[in-house]
Design a protein around this ligand. Sequence first.
Ligand SMILES: [Zn+2]
Length: 307
Amino acid sequence: MVGGAGGIAHAAAAMARMDREMRRRLAESKARRRHMKDMHNGRKAGHPPAPPARSDLACAWMCGTCGLLADSNPKTCPGCQSLYWLDLGDHAVADTVRESEDRARRQAPQWLQVCLIAAASAGVLLLWLILGRAWSVLLVGVPAVTVFWLAGLRSIAWAVAARLPHQPARWRFPIAPGALPGTGAAEPNGPVLQAPFSGTDCVAWRVGVMFDVEGDYRPPQWALAEARSSAISLDGSPIEADGIVFEGPLRPISLEDAEEAGLNLGAFLRERGLFAGDGSYLLFEACLPAGTAVVCDGAVLRPASEG
Ligand SMILES: [Zn+2]
């Protein structure tokens, strides 16, 4: 994770860029809506009809600071207290987020660029001290640094990103799960859920979606982490819906199997502000069938077979 003044400044600059882009997009979206209204009213608009500004799908709102997804705009983010919410159902907003994330994936982080420039400068200075002649530095040092920069920057950024922990870009977990600790069979206290990828009937599920695109500066990274649970009863104690996180091991689900089980990947992703055609997605899922023996520690449920 990046910390310190450099990281904060970079985050602030990125946020400001995104904000400017958002305003431009929203202005365009407003113009499109005005154009649609003109067309509807039979006025001469002079342009072909614009595409609809909103998705027909039940798209989430996303916290622009921490990536928490919510069904509606909760004003203050329960995850990070931010007031910055993005309506992913608005095509212009979703496109702006999409472009911003794509841009970030296709360049080295600014803090890394600064570190490499500092290291290259130190190398050139050292060369100057060793050789003692400015023309030698120009002949050897500058081409070496340039070649290194052009050829190695992506590899270095990729390797650094592979070693740094990262948070999923979007997430939806219970913010403050709480239940009485206990063990027993997780019995449904209402309608059961259907796991999104395998289609399995269950009382809780957790999924992860990993994303990668060729030629970018990062290894495959988590684009989404999400967990839902139905109302259940454990050892006689009720646990309300979405009151607990199921921590069973994630297993990969092939896209073919998921689509056979009824998944519409494009719609699933679009509802979360992601786009199926942007790259490759790997799906992971854990689900808890009703009646499975579990251990609850108050915040998470684990299969009893795992201890
Ligand atoms: Zn947040």
